[in-house]
Design a protein around this ligand. Structure first.
Ligand SMILES: [Ca+2]
Ligand SMILES: [Ca+2]
Length: 252
């Protein structure tokens, strides 16, 4: 600790002071008060939760896309212990432009569309009556356009932040969420884009289903092996269907 005296001299003190207010029992912002010879000073520290598979998380997915294409990045809530409010700021790489935000309205409550699609996007949700405890972890889907001049091989980051006072449960107790940031990997091809129209959607499911059923003319624009097990079969259909339904699965 550095003490400044009335004559403006300073001295480093290593003992003789007391501290209070710090506890690492629970995550959050803690104000630490230091007492030394009748003088007090305060500072804030952030205690982070120990991370494991049961830690509540807000996750932005990482997806592949070609320069100029439209990709879907999902914002997921994992191990949600019950929240009644969630306000997120989503910052996009300058090479990414949001075109729309689609909330998962099945979770109920009030959603606010961002007034502007400029980064950072503000995603704001609350429910004044009950905690959200959904089995489906999907919170929102962001439709994002990759710049035509984006370099293949690069990863364009999508980062999430929030203010702790805006994430709480129905008892107005703050709920800590670990943030897992996402991004867009710029690739020569777009995983899952079976019909080659630069979007991954149910049409690609239709195309893959037709291909697997040997319909004539049902060619695949990219590899149908979305689960990367070396074969193109109904398992890939299952994987693509799960992916399009907001499950936390990867397609290749
Ligand atoms: Ca497609
Ligand atoms: Ca496969």
């Amino acid at each position: 600790m550095k003490a400044t005296y009335s004559d403006n001299s300073t001295r480093t003190i290593t003992s003789g002071f007391t501290t209070s207010g710090f506890s690492s029992d629970s995550p959050g912002t803690k104000t630490v008060t230091v007492n030394y010879q009748g003088k007090t000073a305060k500072f804030e520290v952030t205690v982070k939760a120990k991370s494991d598979s049961n830690t509540p998380k807000v996750v932005a997915t990482t997806v592949n896309g070609k320069p100029g294409s439209l990709v879907q990045v999902k914002i997921m809530l994992e191990k949600n212990p019950g929240i009644a409010s969630l306000k997120l700021l989503v910052t996009l790489d300058p090479q990414l432009t949001a075109e729309s935000v689609v909330y998962n309205e099945s979770i109920g409550g009030m959603f606010m569309q961002p007034q502007t699609m400029k980064s950072p996007l503000i995603l704001n949700w609350f429910n004044g009556a009950a905690d959200l405890k959904e089995a489906n972890p999907l919170f929102a889907t962001l439709n994002i356009r990759i710049s035509g001049s984006a370099k293949t091989g690069s990863t364009l980051p999508i980062t999430i932040s929030y203010e702790q006072n805006n994430v709480y449960n129905i008892r107005e107790e703050d709920v800590y969420l670990e943030v897992v940031n996402g991004g867009v990997k710029v690739a020569e091809y777009m995983s899952g884009d079976m019909n080659g129209d630069n979007v991954v959607d149910n049409k690609d499911l239709t195309r893959l289903f037709q291909y697997l059923s040997s319909y004539s003319g049902a060619d695949l624009a990219v590899s149908g092996d979305v689960n990367k097990d070396g074969k193109v079969d109904n398992k890939d259909l299952t994987r693509l269907f799960q992916y399009l339904s907001g499950w936390q699965v990867q397609i290749y």
